[in-house]
Design a protein around this ligand. Structure first.
Ligand code: CP
Ligand code: NVA
Length: 308
């Protein structure tokens, strides 16, 4: 079963094939209107369930549009409105949904929910973000980097800020796509030790540098994300802001990266907190290409899941 649960759980050759396929599918649309179907209709006759236990703009719309462009149909479900939100087990939900649909994408809190869904579903399951990882986002980010700058292998990527779920998937991707990753942020918000240790054990170059100016020296790509994620308690907001303020991505920080460095943010952003509007709207920024590429990357992920 081709579940897409995490970047470190998918083979390097399959990941590479997905990125290349995403790029080819993007090119083949040739800027045609978004509502028109692709020439190929690999998802014709397929039904896809998109389950959201957390809010979403990009994931929701890009999956929905992607399925339709490939000839399939979707149903968007809110966890709270399903029996899932009222005590039905994940295992039973997975078994039931598998009788109706060909593919399940779920955005949830605990990773365990995703894993149980995958264990008991008899159709492929895609991770649309958990508290721990966000693999679809990083597939779009790899596609975006390579479109602008060529192969990401051997490049220096710097993550500045909270060592959160999106950062975790970047750490996984460093191993699978062969780039170096430097994390810069306060020790209290370091990425999960296990992910760092697993990556290092495979020989991946993961550095931790507390000084953001030193960290971005020679960077090919600078990435950040919100300082307060959806799973973080609002009560932690002020403390997190205080800890992370020094890691804001601003023009002075970008000046220390390579002159042609890219800036990425998965969005949604809190402008002038984790990154200034000057950077977000400036010449290094590719944030809206990243958002667009969610569509193309996920189309390739879905085709891989379904062998379509
Ligand atoms: N980047 C991302 O996953 O955005 P949404 O929360 O809007 O889906
Ligand atoms: N780290 C963020 C990413 C949102 C797409 C969150 O989990 O809220």
């Amino acid at each position: 079963m081709n579940h897409f649960l995490d970047i470190n759980k998918t083979s390097q050759s399959d990941l590479r094939a997905m990125i290349d396929n995403a790029r080819a599918m993007k090119d083949s649309r040739n800027g045609r209107p978004k509502g028109t179907p692709d020439d190929d209709q690999p998802l014709a006759g397929h039904m896809v369930a998109l389950i959201f236990e957390k809010p979403s703009t990009r994931t929701r719309v890009s999956f929905d549009v992607g399925v339709r462009q490939m000839g399939g149909q979707t149903m968007v479900l809110s966890g709270a409105d399903m029996q899932l939100g009222h005590g039905e087990t994940i295992a039973d939900t997975a078994r039931v949904l598998s009788r109706y649909v060909d593919l399940i994408m779920i955005r949830t809190f605990e990773e365990q929910t995703l894993l149980e869904m995958a264990e008991y579903a008899s159709v492929p399951v895609i991770n649309g973000l958990t508290d721990r990882t966000h693999p679809c986002q990083i597939m779009a980010d790899i596609l975006t980097f390579e479109e602008h700058r060529g192969p990401i292998a051997g490049k220096k990527v710097v993550w500045s800020g909270d060592g959160n779920n999106v950062c975790a998937s970047f750490i996984h991707a460093a191993g699978q796509f062969g780039f170096d990753l430097t994390f810069t942020g306060p020790e209290t918000l370091d990425p999960e030790k296990l992910f760092v240790e697993e990556a290092r054990a495979k020989g991946v170059n993961i550095n931790i540098e507390r000084d953001p100016m030193k960290a971005v020296d020679g960077a090919d790509l600078v990435v950040t994300d919100t300082w307060v994620s959806m799973h973080d308690p609002q009560s932690a907001r002020e403390r997190r802001h205080n800890q992370l303020r020094g890691y804001q991505v601003n023009a002075a920080l970008m000046d220390r990266a390579k002159p042609d460095a890219l800036f990425m943010h998965c969005l949604p952003a809190h402008r002038d907190d984790e990154a200034t509007s000057e950077v977000m709207d400036g010449p290094h920024s590719v944030i809206f290409d990243e958002a667009e590429n969610r569509l193309h990357a996920q189309k390739a992920i879905m085709r891989w899941c379904l062998g379509a």
